[in-house]
Design a protein around this ligand. Structure first.
Ligand SMILES: [Zn+2]
Length: 234
């Protein structure tokens, strides 16, 4: 395959390579396999209540295998607490029914410059280790005639963060969602985050952070990009 050849072919190749590796060979490398969160076709066959019951049973088994005494007063409720937290809170973004309802408005002010919502704090979880990713997202768009409530930008970030994630996918999911909602290519997303799987275990690097970006349409213009970066830097 020539360099710069079809990206689809490259993608298929990289998928083949990923599938041929064992999880020991992949190790701590965080591979990114696509825009969509990999879900089973029957992902919502169980109700939330059924899922919580099942997760509580299974989590109790994990604790039991580790030798923890589930009769202890402090530990007894942990399986139910974890199950509720998974479904109702930290992984609630897996379920499309929890997607924020977004109302769009006409751009009455005729504001046609970029709008930047910066320093949106989010908590996510790494899908390879199920430990937290903590960071800030900066999102920007240039209205094509429609505008969105500022708090909705925040809610869209939180929705996609509440999934087992890799940072590259989180960044792209937010970017593509905003492009679709706002009917414009002119969307940018920058995420700066710490991964606890890097700081609290593994290589135990407490100072590194990961920065990812999504630049659509006008944000590929160096001048627009410089303007955005200046707003975020302050
Ligand atoms: Zn990880």
């Amino acid at each position: 395959m020539k360099l710069g050849d079809t990206t689809l072919e490259t993608l298929v190749d990289s998928q083949d390579i990923i599938h041929s590796l064992t999880h020991e060979e992949i190790g701590d490398d965080h591979l990114y396999t696509g825009l969509e969160t990999p879900m089973k076709p029957d992902a919502f066959a169980h109700s939330d209540e059924e899922k919580k019951e099942l997760i509580a049973l299974l989590f109790a088994q994990i604790m039991d295998v580790m030798g923890l005494d589930l009769n202890d007063d402090s530990l007894r409720g942990t399986p139910q607490r974890v199950a509720k937290m998974y479904i109702d809170e930290i992984f609630s973004g897996l379920n499309p029914k929890n997607k924020p309802k977004v109302a769009l408005f006409d751009n009455k002010y005729r504001y046609n410059q970029m709008l930047v919502e910066k320093n949106i704090t989010f908590y996510s979880n790494c899908e390879h280790h199920f430990v937290p990713i903590v960071g800030k997202a900066h999102v920007a768009y240039i209205s094509s005639g429609r505008v969105i409530g500022l708090s909705k930008l925040n809610r869209i970030v939180q929705f996609y963060a509440k999934r087992p994630q890799v940072q590259e996918r989180l960044t792209n999911q937010i970017g593509v969602e905003l492009q679709t909602l706002l009917d414009t290519e002119d969307v940018a997303v920058i995420i700066d985050a710490k991964h606890l799987c890097v700081s609290s275990r593994g290589i135990q690097d407490d100072t590194s952070a990961t920065v990812t970006s999504f630049y659509g349409g006008a944000f590929n213009d160096p001048l627009k990009l410089a303007e955005l970066q200046q707003y975020i830097a302050d």
